[in-house]
Design a protein around this ligand. Structure first.
Ligand SMILES: *Cc1c(COP(=O)(O)O)cnc(C)c1O
Length: 400
């Protein structure tokens, strides 16, 4: 599959106030009006191109939103102060008391906690399902179901959702398919496969420099405007607003996303193939041994590869911890959560990013103690990295 997302982003041309090559940053929380009538109309949502207050929108946030809409091929996009700010806004926009959602059971820990523990306060119920089993998804839909939610490539188990099948099912029931595409920007284009709403944690690959937290919702103009509505918009009223200075810096980083993703993928594939050959239990969507490999091949935009995330199961938590500490000592990466950095990042999700999920549930979904999640960096000489990582594994008895 081919996709023109990178071209669409690169074709967006913005000039700064003084002819700068980057758009000017809007350094204001509030905006003046020449006439009082225009201010009233803006509150009513009637004046295009007028700014009111920066929690509603700001020029810098609109530039970034436009670029993210270009990334996902949607009519519009809103930006938020975090990925969770985007996710919580979407859920609370789509659901009211007594509603129900169907969600993949292997999702980001924070999203899982929100769906499992928090939304019950509002009488919203969530069924967690194995998203790769379309019949189970179908069976869990109820008359009051308001969305199907999944990650295109899931955290941390790297399950690949069959977005075409899920979109067809959602359409049948006239509910939106909402896809968190944080692990696979450019690699997977959910809307071309039928998704209605695409969410990103910009904190990860899209920003790529691990220096801020931000999020986005890419969707129809109607939905994005509804989220911003001054009377009823969850985005507007929950207040998860991205600062303009940050929006401007994220937009600059987005400009190089296509190059970074190719390198992350190339490096991850090299390590995954070699460590699998060495006999380790490697999970990576680019490996033919991966249960979602065929779907990935059917859905992905091939020039970007299979993404930068892989997992290795080294047997138990103490071995995983020892290996991560040694790799960090040898400067092969950092023992840190998050992903999409120039440097390789690794963590054991069972005891960190997915610790919101109970041990019993972790076992049921195949999340083992010895699992290490790697976000592979932009290393220039990945063969050298491989040999150094292998030396760490040999010294700890993980490899012979
Ligand atoms: C990190 C992450 C989130 C949450 O994003 P924040 O920017 O940390 O709020 C959501 N989904 C996925 C898949 C993530 O990796």
């Amino acid at each position: 599959m081919k996709n023109k997302a990178a071209n669409r982003i690169l074709d967006l041309q913005y000039f700064g106030e003084f002819g700068g090559v980057n758009p000017s940053i809007s350094d204001s929380s509030t905006y003046t009006f020449l006439s009082a009538k225009t201010m009233f109309d803006t509150f009513e949502g009637n004046t295009e191109g007028c700014y009111l207050y920066s929690r509603h929108s700001s020029p810098s946030n609109l530039y970034l939103g436009e670029a993210l809409a270009a990334l996902e091929g949607t009519e519009a996009a809103n930006v938020y102060a975090s990925g969770m700010g985007a996710i919580t806004s979407v859920l609370l926009q789509l659901c009211a008391s007594e509603d129900h959602i169907v969600s993949s059971r292997t999702i980001y820990g924070g999203t899982y906690a929100f769906f499992k523990n928090f939304i019950s306060k509002f009488n919203v119920d969530c069924s967690f399902v194995d998203i790769t089993d379309i019949e189970k998804v179908r069976a869990s839909i109820r008359p009051n179901t308001k969305m199907i939610y999944c990650e295109a490539v899931s955290n941390p188990l790297l399950e690949v959702a069959d977005l075409k099948a899920l979109a067809a099912l959602a359409k049948e029931h006239q509910i939106p398919l909402v896809v968190d595409n944080t692990f696979s920007p450019l690699t997977i284009a959910p809307t071309t496969l039928g998704a209605d709403v695409v969410i990103h944690s910009l904190t990860k690959f899209i920003n790529g420099s691990s220096d801020c937290v931000a999020g986005a919702v890419c969707a129809s103009t109607d939905f994005c405007l509804a989220l911003k509505d001054v009377n009823n918009g969850a985005g507007m009223l929950l207040g998860s607003t991205l600062d303009s200075l940050r929006a401007a810096s994220i937009l600059k980083n987005l400009r190089t996303l296509h190059i970074r993703i190719k390198k992350h993928s190339e490096n991850a594939l090299y390590l995954a193939e070699n460590f699998e050959k060495d006999g380790l239990r490697v999970v990576y969507p680019g490996l033919t041994s991966h249960s979602g490999h065929a779907i990935m091949k059917d859905q992905y935009v091939s020039e970007y590869g299979y993404g930068g995330i892989m997992t290795i199961d080294v047997g138990d938590l103490s071995k995983a911890n020892a290996l991560m500490e040694l790799m960090q000592k040898n400067n092969l990466g950092y023992l840190a959560v998050s992903l999409g950095f120039y440097k390789t990042l690794f963590s054991a999700p069972g005891s960190s990013t997915s610790s919101e999920i109970s041990e019993e549930e972790q076992r049921a979904m195949g999340l083992t103690d010895g699992l290490i999640r790697f976000s592979i960096g932009l290393d220039n000489d990945i063969k050298r990295t491989y040999e150094s990582m292998k030396a760490c594994m040999i010294s700890l008895g993980i490899l012979k």
